[in-house]
Design a protein around this ligand. Sequence first.
Ligand code: APR
Ligand code: PHB
Length: 390
Amino acid sequence: MRTEVGIVGAGPAGLVLAHLLHLRGIDSVVLEARGREYVERRIRAGVLEQGTVDLLDEMGVGERLRREGLVHEGIELQFGGERHRIDFPSLTGGRAITVYGQQEVVKDLIAARIETGRPLLFEVGDVTVNGVETDAPSIGFVHDGERGELRCEFVAGCDGYHGVCRESIPAGVLTEFSREYPFGWLGILAEAPPSNDELIYCYHERGFALHSMRSPTLTRLYLQCRPDEDLDEWPDDRIWDELERRFALEGWMLNRGEIVEKGVTGMRSFVVEPMQFGRLFLAGDAAHIVPPTGAKGLNLAVADVRILADALAAWFEHGDESRLAGYSAEVLRRIWRAEHFSWWMTSMLHRLEGGDAFDVKLQLAQLAYVASSPRAAASLAENYVGLERV
Ligand code: APR
Ligand code: PHB
């Protein structure tokens, strides 16, 4: 098998890259470890920056997103028994975000890929990345019980945090930067209408809580918990009671419904530099992780591959190597901005284990500043909707 770009992973990074390359007449093969059903069902993030929506639209995959996505012009911050709205358009020159599940984006992208007739292989095993230091890299894999080899000009490592591409780079090449947080999120998806029109980021002495949604009938809710929290200790009633305590506000009610999904996610910040080794380029979660508090993960993955697609096109169309050489440094500017924003939101909003009364006072002072100063609010807002230039 031969192609121009071998793409490992059919998450948002791999699928957006494949489609951007297709639109420029560049051939690729996408190899995905899981089955189609699994990747289309996996519940992940749900906030799309304006720039992400615009790109999906320009690519011709934004039709359902425009129809079903929920445009949000603000979020609410709750602390000290009050809610404060951060209004995006007035603070960012008219920008907003769209709430639309990551798995819906993935479904739309898979449908678009299949439409192109270019290859997307599911349930691929034993992936190995070879010869990326030469002009003739290849990817070894097993599909339908048969061993295959994909020869290509470049390999795109879009295989997420647990993928094989980053791991295939020899020791000593990459520098890792990371931070673990001593808490996680217990997340639920419930068949209940959202209890508020907008997302609520809630600071509470019992821990952070987040109210989000997927549609007019589906609510997504999160509670700060231990990173290794045992779900067996959380029957549905306990989850609802805890959510109610944290979101409690005079005259407001939390809608309950059947919980259709429940899970615990740990939180970490992680970056590797550089995001390239020879002809292997890393993009998305394969190279960086943010804690979900800033809602940046999916948007960063898309921002990476937009630049990677341009750089690859410059090489295929004009033999220009400079864009590829500059890829890592270019995308890392946005990544580090998002790393800071996500760490900042996380630190401001979570109950810090081992923290003392002084920490709490600092968090409340910061929240009060963001809620009362248009300049402080504008900084949160422009990062949240996505910076046009970094
Ligand atoms: N071979 C082939 N595919 C693999 C392999 C492998 N060895 N290992 C992992 N994969 C696949 C995974 O099954 C997954 O479908 O790579 C894909 C990576 O997709 P994501 O994890 O969604 O990563 P990415 O495309 O970078 O998107 C980042 O995902 O985790 C969220 O919050 C994060 O929203 C962000 C987004
Ligand atoms: C979500 O809807 O899943 C969601 C929203 C905002 C976040 C994180 C997750 O910051």
